[in-house]
Each structure stands twice: as structure tokens, then as C-alpha cells.
Write a protein that binds this ligand. Sequence first.
Ligand SMILES: C[S@@+](CC[C@H](N)C(=O)[O-])C[C@H]1O[C@@H](n2cnc3c(N)ncnc32)[C@H](O)[C@@H]1O
Length: 295
Amino acid sequence: MENGITASMVFEDIVNHVAQNNIRQSIKPKLKTDDVALYVGDCLEIMSRFPDNYVDMIFSDPPYNLSNDGITCQAGRMVKVNKGDWDKSKGFDEDLKFHEAWISECRRILKPEGTIWISGTNHSIYQCGYLLQKLNFHILNDISWFKPNAAPNLACTTFAHSHETLLWARKDKASRHIFNYDQMKNGSFSEDKMKVPEKQMRSVWSIPTPALDEKVFGKHPTQKPLALLKRIVVSSTNEGSLILDPFNGGGTTGVAAKLVGNRKYIGIDISEEFINLSAKRLNQITERKHFSNLS
Ligand SMILES: C[S@@+](CC[C@H](N)C(=O)[O-])C[C@H]1O[C@@H](n2cnc3c(N)ncnc32)[C@H](O)[C@@H]1O
């Protein structure tokens, strides 16, 4: 940690700090507004420039490492399961090493009371869960995101994959994390046929995969639904919270933060194409900043 970096730095300072011209090569955000900064690059490199104990909440949707030339069903057609080169497995040990590197960095930059969400399928989630325990996080929940419109299993050799797992953990067992219980219990979740109005929010969430109107600027192959990310932002952040997504993809976390309102957001992705897509999505919603409910 370089001198002069304190947890009281404001959003602007962190952006300046990432661009450490005189220390290492400068890294400038591709998009920067008062409350959003989007970076193109390796999240390990960019996160290494963040101060300790700085971020309130991290949502992370790391590579699943499932792009192994298998098949899946898309819009009724048989297609290759491959998402992109970024999603190819490098073997069990290398994948584990990568997950340990980025989760450790997230731990360093999270505030003690800060929380991290990690989303994944069976290809990645067990390694990530093991590492959260190894690195002394306190696991708060594992959420099953049930997809009522999941694609069928074409090979008919297993049950149809119809959920993903989201782990939610706090950095420090002794600290008090943000959980907006009442908003989860009493909010409006019209997309979720399993949520009973005015009853506690449970750990199984039924949310359809993203609708076409969430893809008007182009598609990301593993884009998450906005309803899922809005629920996460509302439940585990407050006004003024700084949210980081080190695997920004199509920018769903940033869009959700902006729609919920009064949050600061930093997104990082190795692909310039995906950061450009995120910038278009974010620009479209600057006018509609405050949403009163989650539906
Ligand atoms: C599963 S996707 C995230 C999708 C995102 N949650 C959304 O809703 O659009 C993972 C993303 O991580 C990016 N990625 C892979 N390795 C990376 C790295 N080392 N640093 C930053 N981004 C990386 C990929 O380009 C991909 O967009």
C-alpha cells in the first residue's frame, strides 16, 4: 500500500489513485461520471491499486470455466455452450489459483463490514465457496437463483440445469453488515412467482433470464437479469455505498446501481467490447435515476 491512501478518500480520489501515473503505467477509466467508473483491464491489476478496506459491496460473476465445446439449447436450437476464450478452464489447479488471487484481493479492499456476492454454476461455485471459507469470510447465505424459463437439457442425460448459486459473505465475522430486511420482506417483486407478499424473502429466488429489452444495445453471453442485480443492490447496500464488480460483463451491476439510485459503482472487464456495451446501457438510464420499487 502506497503512502497517503486512506479509507476517507472520496470516489474521485480512488479514480485518481488507480491512474498512478508516477508509479506504474496510468490506468484511466473508459467511462467516468460523478458516480460511475468503468475500466478495461485485468481485475487483478486494477484492484491491486485500490486502498485497503474501501469498498462496501462487491458483486462478482467470475468466469464459470465451462466453455469446453459441449452443447446447449438456445431459442430452441442446438448451439455450442462456449461463451468466449475468457471462460475456458485452464485445469482445476490453475482455475483454483485464479479464484484465490481475485477473492484475496477483494478481501483486502472490502471494508470489515463489507459483503461479497459470488455467482456461479457447479463448474466454479464449489471452488469459490471453499476459498471464501479458507480466506476467513463469514458466509451469510447461499441463494438459489431459479430460472423458470431455463433451456431444456437436449441430451436428456441429466436433470435440466435451471439454477445458479449466489454466495453472500461478510469479510469480518464480528462486524455488522448491511441487510435491508424490510425492503426484502415488503418490496414489490412481480417477476418472482415464489415470493409471498409481506413474508420474509427466502433463499430461493425465481427470476427469468434477461428479457430482450435488456439486450437492446447488444448481448453479453452470460448477462444477468436486472431484477436479480437490483435485488442484490437494494438488499446489501445503502445510499452512498461504493459497489465494485470486477467481472463487469455487460454492466448489469452498474445499471442496477444506477436504477436503484445514489450508489457509486466501479466496473472492471478485460473486454473493451463489453465495457462499451455497459457504457451504452448506463448512458441510457441517466435520466431515470430513482426507482421507487424493485419491479
Ligand atoms: C460471467 S461474465 C459477467 C457477466 C455480468 N455479470 C453481466 O451481467 O453481464 C464474466 C466477465 O468477466 C470478464 N473477465 C474474465 N477474466 C477477467 C479478468 N481477469 N479481469 C476482468 N474481467 C475478466 C469476461 O470478459 C466476462 O465479461
